[in-house]
Design a protein around this ligand. Structure first.
Ligand code: F6R
Length: 255
C-alpha cells in the first residue's frame, strides 16, 4: 500500500489528477472507475485544468461511475450523472470517450444492475477512484455489506443520507444502486482519497483496523495495488498508527 499525504487538499487533488490525466490522453483502451462526492470536486477541478492544457485527449478511456441514487432521473441536479457532467465531462471539450452510469430511473434495479455487471465483468477496471464515507463505506456499500457483494440496489444508512443531503437539492432518495465490494476489489489499481479532520478516525480504522464488514473500506488492506491520498487533516493520525505496522509493506510519501 502506498500512502501519500499532502499538507493541503488542493495539492493532494493535483497529485490525484496527475495520476488520472494520462489515462485520458491514452490511445490504448483504458477502463476507469470514477466516484462522486465532495472529495472529488477539487480533484475533478484539477483534472479539468490539466486536461485542457497540453496534448489532446486520446478518446480511449471508458469510465464507469460507482453508484447512483435510486430512483432518480439522470437529468436531476442531484443525480451522480449530472454531478459528473457538471464537474468533469462538460469541461473537457469534445469528450470522445464513453461514460457508463447506473441508470437511477430504471424501473427494475435488478435488471439494470445485471446490465452494468456484464459491462464490469467483461474486463477488470484499470483504476478505481474511491472516496471514503464517514461510516467506512466505499461506493454505497454500507457497514455490514458482504465482501462478496456485486452490483445491486441498497438502502442508504441514516449517516449517509444526512451527510449527502447537504449536496442534494430537494428530498433525497433513501436507496441507491452501487457496484459491490467484489467489483471494486476486482480493479487492478485503487486510489482512495480522503480529506478532512472528520475522516481521520475512519481512515485509521480502514487502513489499520481489523478487516471486517463493519468497516467496508478495511477490505482494501487485502488489495495488492492501493494508493491512499490524504490531506494533512485526514492523515493526522497515520503516523501514530503506522508505528504498529512494521510487517506490512507500506510506503509513505509526503508531498
Ligand atoms: C460517491 C461514493 C461515496 C463517496 C463517499 C464520500 O460516488 O461512492 O462512497 O465517495 O460517501 O463522500 P464525500 O466525498 O462527499 O465525503
Amino acid at each position: 500500500m502506498n500512502i501519500v499525504v499532502a499538507s493541503r487538499k488542493e495539492d493532494a487533488s493535483e497529485y490525484v489528477a496527475s495520476l488520472l490525466g494520462p489515462l485520458f490522453r491514452s490511445v490504448e483502451p483504458i477502463r476507469l472507475g470514477l466516484a462522486t462526492g465532495e472529495t472529488m470536486i477539487p480533484i475533478y477541478q484539477a483534472l479539468v485544468r490539466q486536461l485542457t492544457e497540453g496534448h489532446p485527449l486520446g478518446g480511449a478511456v471508458e469510465t464507469f461511475n460507482l453508484d447512483e441514487y435510486w430512483p432518480i432521473n439522470s437529468d436531476h441536479p442531484g443525480s451522480f450523472e449530472q454531478f459528473m457532467h457538471r464537474h468533469l465531462l462538460s469541461h473537457i471539450g469534445p469528450w470522445v470517450g464513453r461514460s457508463n452510469f447506473l441508470q437511477g430511473a430504471c424501473p427494475d434495479p435488478d435488471l439494470e444492475c445485471g446490465r452494468f455487471q456484464k459491462l464490469l465483468n467483461w474486463r477488470p477496471l484499470d483504476i478505481q477512484l474511491l472516496g471514503l464515507g464517514l461510516n467506512g463505506h466505499i461506493g454505497f456499500n454500507e457497514p455490514g455489506t458482504s465482501f462478496h457483494s456485486r452490483t445491486r440496489k441498497v438502502a442508504l444508512s441514516p449517516t449517509t443520507q444526512a451527510r449527502n443531503a447537504r449536496q442534494f437539492p430537494g428530498a433525497m432518495p433513501d436507496h441507491a444502486i452501487t457496484m459491490g465490494i467484489a467489483d471494486i476489489m476486482a480493479a487492478k489499481n485503487i486510489i482512495l482519497v480522503v480529506f478532512g479532520l472528520d475522516k481521520k478516525d475512519v481512515l485509521a480504522r480502514a487502513l489499520f483496523g481489523p478487516v471486517s464488514e463493519d468497516c467496508p473500506a478495511s477490505i482494501l488492506q487485502n488489495h495488492p495495488q492501493v494508493t491512499v491520498v490524504a490531506d494533512e487533516e485526514a492523515g493526522s493520525v497515520l503516523d501514530q498508527s503506522l508505528a504498529g505496522q512494521k510487517d506490512r509493506p507500506i510506503s509513505v510519501t509526503v508531498l
